[in-house]
Design a protein around this ligand. Structure first.
Ligand SMILES: [Zn+2]
Length: 192
């Protein structure tokens, strides 16, 4: 696994957030593998707005969050109600978290949070936006990382060090207290 993002891919993009998205999505698409089965993962089609990647073999879905800063105790996510519905429904994704260095565009930390660790107790409701905001009264949410146990963060890269593939696959298989909530098997091609 290389940890360097390919800066050539960002040429031609004006917005910083678009650049980061292109760089990090490309890196994950090339370097990451499905932690559940070891298969290469694929980028989801544009008609799957909530999912960034999926595994064509075992149908696990993944959402990617990237940041140039190390992740703190909380990670900002989208609408609170949507998130809770997703956690209670069939389409809960796993979360990839990627933190890169803005100095040399190398990946510093990259880990996956398996979906069975994401229960509503791990999601914090944020204060509604004000009346004058572009989306008045909109309520977002945070994923509270500090509530997620260590076994719920499976590292591919930790402090710039690439972790062994076997370790990722073995850690994923460890039984989890929350597992009983899961789940309905999905058919191949579910996310496409
Ligand atoms: Zn898989």
């Amino acid at each position: 696994m290389r940890t360097q993002l390919d800066l050539h891919l960002a040429e031609g993009y004006e917005s910083a957030s678009q650049k980061v998205r292109v760089l990090t999505e490309s890196w994950v698409g090339h370097e990451a593998f499905c932690p559940a089965c070891g298969n290469p993962i694929k980028k989801s089609g544009n008609n799957s707005p909530v999912l960034d990647f999926y595994c064509p073999r075992c149908t696990e879905g993944y959402e990617l969050k990237s940041s140039k800063n190390p992740f703190g105790q909380k990670v900002l996510d989208g609408a609170y109600d949507t998130m809770i519905k997703r956690l209670e429904g069939r389409n809960t994704p796993n979360f990839f978290l990627l933190n890169y260095s803005p100095r040399n565009y190398a990946v510093v930390n990259f880990f996956v949070i398996p979906k069975h660790f994401l229960v509503p107790e791990m999601i914090e409701k944020r204060k509604p936006l004000s009346e004058s905001a572009r989306r008045p009264k909109w309520v977002g949410c945070n994923i509270v990382l500090q509530n997620i146990p260590q076994t719920g963060k499976i590292f591919y890269v930790k402090d710039r060090q690439v972790q062994s593939r076997d370790n990722v696959l073995q850690t994923w298989k460890r039984p989890c207290f929350f597992e009983k909530k899961r789940r309905f098997p999905k058919k191949p091609g579910f996310w496409t």
